[in-house]
Ligand binder design. Structure first.
Ligand code: NZQ
Ligand code: ZN
Length: 381
């Protein structure tokens, strides 16, 4: 097992009563709240109203319109608003996009330059970070309990991730009932995203970290067991709660400490959404089985473990691996997800640029070669 420090400062307030606890947890930070949200789903499902009623005693400024795959071009406007308003805390209400975009506002408001610098230069720090709290409305990214964010620059079709310890949310309200209105497709993409986060940290060559492995397998099994119910019965509290907690635990440091991580699938997917603006989980579903085919020969032992423990497959090693990859593909397909780029109307036009950006860089355990990336991309078509 590799050396590590495990420190996650985010307080998770989980369950049916979580929404009633916003004020109690906000108060210590001050009276000025910047309320950030996306395209308006929170106004349709009643979440906005519930929050606004509780914020009666606060001075509230709103910034809405943070889009899926949040763009720097939009967030610069939010940063201007925050500079003028000088909030004590930001309350981000939404899924990963709203939370990620709000992390950039939290980081760039007190930076004397363009926010993109903060995204691209990990050594740059503002004079102050604004504390960030979240009300999670979509289970997927884990952004509610991690230090990272992914920001798009549409102008250049880039979508890099950035992170700072100061950007762990101070608290996150996780009420599974807030997921009841998430559409079927977004529910499925969120499940695939969480599943992929586990695979990125679990399908590795670290073979002496059974605690991390078993946490990971527990999350994968819980996602598999609850996925269809969450999609088919959107108001099933138990399914929504288990998916929600799985997604949070899938990317909050817990399973990734002390082990080699990969992240090639994510790096490739960020190229897809940077060029085509497709939902993150939709891209991951297409790439994951194709990535597995390319790396199975050196991550063999973990693939066999995955096949046996998660999918209950027996037989000879080669069969277990082949079956495990097929089961993964079938699981994603069973959630109603398109499993090829063609179904999204995407062809190979931008493959050369993607390969140039990714070759030798995608994959932390063993970076993929240009040829391997070409193979994965071609098989995604
Ligand atoms: O814009 P609103 O109105 O909020 O609508 C959203 C959006 O259209 C809607 N939605 C959210 N909650 C809802 C709801 N609709 C009905 N009822 C609700 N309760 O769902 C749509 C998608 O939302 P979005 O926030 O984009 O989804 P997700 O949570 O999957 O976030 C995706 C973004 O997070 C990044 C992705 O790359 C992508 O940009 N990621 C962030 C990570 C992180 N910070 O750690 C890690 C991930 O790997 C990922 O890269
Ligand atoms: Zn992801």
């Amino acid at each position: 097992m590799n050396d590590f420090i495990l420190h996650n400062p985010t307080k998770i307030i989980f369950g049916k009563t979580a929404m009633q606890k916003i004020v109690e947890h906000l108060k210590p930070y001050g009276a000025k709240v910047l309320l950030t949200y996306g395209g308006g789903s929170i106004k349709k499902n009643g979440i906005y109203e519930k929050i606004i009623q509780q914020l009666a005693g606060f001075t509230v400024q709103e910034f809405s319109g943070i889009e899926p795959n949040p763009r720097i071009e939009t967030l610069r406007k939010g940063i201007e608003i925050a500079r003028a308003f000088q909030p004590d805390i930001i309350l981000a209400v939404g899924g990963g996009s709203v939370i990620d975009g709000s992390k950039l506002i939290a980081a760039a408001t007190y930076y004397n330059g363009d926010a993109w610098d903060i995204v691209t230069n990990p050594d740059l720090n503002p004079s102050k970070y604004i504390p960030l709290a979240t009300v999670l409305t979509l289970a997927a990214t884990g952004s509610e309990m991690n230090r990272g964010a992914v920001i798009s620059k549409w102008e250049t079709h880039e979508k890099p991730a950035f992170g700072r310890n100061e950007l762990y949310p101070v608290f996150s309200i996780c009420d599974p009932q807030n997921l009841y209105s998430v559409p079927k497709d977004q529910t499925a993409y969120g499940i695939v995203d969480a599943y992929s986060h586990v695979l990125e940290q679990y399908i590795n060559t670290t073979l002496d970290a059974p605690i991390q492995d078993r946490f990971s397998e527990g999350i994968l099994l819980t996602l598999i067991e609850n996925a269809l119910t969450a999609i088919q019965e959107p108001t099933n509290y138990t399914a929504r709660a288990n998916v929600m907690f799985s997604a949070t635990m899938a990317l909050n440091n817990l399973i990734g400490v002390g082990v080699n991580q990969d992240w090639a699938t994510h790096q490739i997917e960020h190229e897809f959404s940077a060029f085509y603006d497709i939902p993150h989980g939709a891209g991951l579903a297409i790439i994951t089985p194709r990535w597995m085919e390319v790396v199975k020969d050196y991550k063999t032992a973990k693939f066999i473990q995955y096949g046996k423990r998660v999918w209950g497959i027996s037989g000879d090693d080669e069969d277990i691996i082949a079956n495990a990859i097929q089961k993964t593909y079938d699981f994603f397909a069973s959630l109603g997800i398109k499993m090829s780029l063609k179904e999204w109307g995407i062809d190979n036009a931008h493959f050369p640029e993607m390969i140039q950006r990714l070759a030798g860089k995608a994959g932390k355990e063993k970076p993929l070669t240009a040829h391997e990336i070409q193979t994965i991309l071609n098989n995604c078509l």
